[in-house]
Design a protein. Sequence first.
Length: 145
Amino acid sequence: MPVSAERSAGVIVFRLHGRAKEPQFLLLDYGKYWEYPKGHVEKGEDDRAAAVRELAEETGIDDIELVEDFEHEITYFFRDKRKGLVRKTVVFFLGQTKAKDVKVSHEHVGGEFLPYDKAMERLDFKNSKAALTAAKAFLERSAAV
């Protein structure tokens, strides 16, 4: 059976809370693991538009300001009952919000803004941790925060 390919896009969302210098990163609880808001890129949609749409659908956050020049792509494989083996590519953008509340969709159990260290503890997948590390390093280099 051939491998099918899927593409998704998401946003590594951060906010600066109060006077804190350290950003807090948004993670969503998918029930079995914690991850960033993300979803399928639909026909006729570019990656950035898909990422922003998925963020709004999954969290209610629509005031996102994407940081220029940050893209982090991950690829992994999973098995689907109907499609068999799937090669999934996800491109993440980095975005800042002032939102304090997250209104999670039916796809999620909850969501939380966490400091970097706590977010790293919560993430299960190595490629997700690598994406967060890349986002934090980018923010530090660019002095965006």
